[in-house]
Design a protein around this ligand. Structure first.
Ligand code: GLA
Length: 386
């Protein structure tokens, strides 16, 4: 067999790329409703070390796995070609082809993954894998895709290869994140702006509490919430719930059953909370967003019903111990809480939540702080480039 020339001569030796997990500050389940989100990329990343091969095989290994290598030929890429964790990786390669990139003459690759994004904690460990792989393939195969196109490839992999009917938020945050900034994204137009958080100068921190209740969005509640949203939009004759405002809620209430109404009310009010949070951050600073975070949590708990008792206990305890605001972050049914807290309160709030969990007989939670970090990028020195 003739050796295939790497498409990008200066990357003949391969390289190292990485992409972060994310925490969503506010705007939950609004992404697939064409709405607004305000996530940030975090300082927990997946690193992807890639070396070109002389054949057409993609060989994937992960330090998180049992040392097992998954191999697939580029010619055999398909949405359902693999299952398990390697679907996040090979799904992205498939998605890029599906989106029109010509993969007919690209080289095979050895892809090694390593990650410090906690798995199953609602911090988008999957988007971190997808985006690190997407930037690596984009460079090595000279595909010329924009960051938002790479985010779309990650989402397509998640939807079709993994089978989770998610929106674009996680991959967009992982691609577009910026240090000390949140990403304000309109999921309808895919227009993004970064918004300064000003946490450090206000002596504030973002505290994450992983409740250790594992969630999976390929099954169950996530899809049923999405179906309720689609039902509400159809009843109002719109494509997306984000086309509605809070003034439309009385009419919506007349047209749908109570449960569907409450699901949709969460989306419509959450969209408004994202706008209000961005406005508050820009005009008054982070101390002004606490009530909005708490209102978002109440809406997810009571209207969207995606919280769990562990999460509510974490939020209530954090607030009773001096947090400025706290809420469930991510898709729900487990995962992590994000709280905005004063620097000096981090330890006391973490200890209070741990004590409350012990008192309730729950598994010990994991608490740690995160900083807003930069998005997906090439990590190794460019000195080998020609
Ligand atoms: C998960 C999905 C996102 C988004 C959130 C909820 O993280 O991957 O697309 O829908 O849930 O806001």
């Amino acid at each position: 067999m003739t050796a295939i020339e790497p498409a990008t001569p200066h990357l003949a030796q391969g390289g190292v790329w990485s992409a972060p997990g994310r925490v969503n500050l506010i705007g939950e389940h609004t992404d697939y409703n064409g709405g607004l989100v305000l996530p940030l990329a975090i300082d927990r990343r997946t690193t992807c070390t890639v070396t070109p091969r002389e054949d057409r095989i993609l060989r994937v290994t992960s330090t998180a796995g049992d040392g097992e290598a998954i191999e697939l030929s580029i010619d055999e890429l398909a949405a359902d070609a693999v299952s398990g964790w390697s679907a996040y990786v090979l799904g992205v390669a498939w998605a890029l082809g599906e989106m029109g990139s010509d993969l007919s003459s690209v080289t095979g690759l050895n892809i090694e993954l390593d990650s410090d994004v906690p798995i199953g904690a609602g911090l988008s460990s999957s988007a971190a894998i997808e985006c690190s792989v997407a930037v690596a393939l984009n460079d090595l195969w000279s595909l010329g895709r924009s960051p938002m196109e790479l985010a779309r490839a990650g989402r397509l992999a998640e939807n079709s290869a993994v089978g989770a009917p998610t929106g674009i938020m996680d991959q967009a945050a992982s691609m577009l994140g910026e240090q000390d900034h949140a990403v304000f994204l309109d999921c309808m137009t895919e227009e993004a702006q970064t918004v300064p958080l000003h946490l450090e100068e206000n002596a504030l921190a973002l505290l994450i509490v992983d409740t250790r209740v594992e969630h999976a969005h390929a099954t169950g509640g996530y899809a049923s919430r999405r179906a309720s949203c689609e039902k509400g939009a159809a009843a109002m004759g719109v494509k997306f719930l984000s086309e509605l405002s809070v003034d439309d809620l009385p009419e919506l209430q007349k047209r749908v059953d109570d449960e569907t109404f409450r699901r949709c009310r969460h989306i419509v009010t959450e969209n408004q909370r994202v706008l209000d949070t961005v406005e508050a951050l820009r005009t008054k600073g982070p101390l002004a967003i606490g009530n909005l975070l708490c209102a978002g949590h109440a809406s997810m708990r009571d209207d969207f019903e995606i919280s769990v008792p562990e999460m509510d206990l974490a939020v209530d305890t954090a607030m009773a111990s001096g947090a400025i605001g706290a809420r469930l972050t991510g898709g729900g049914f487990g995962g992590s809480m994000v709280a905005l807290v004063r620097d000096g309160d981090v330890d006391a709030i973490s200890a209070a939540v741990a004590a409350a969990f012990a008192g309730a007989g729950y598994t010990e939670p994991h608490s740690f702080t995160v900083h807003a970090a930069s998005g997906a990028r090439r990590d190794d020195s460019e000195s080998t480039t020609t």
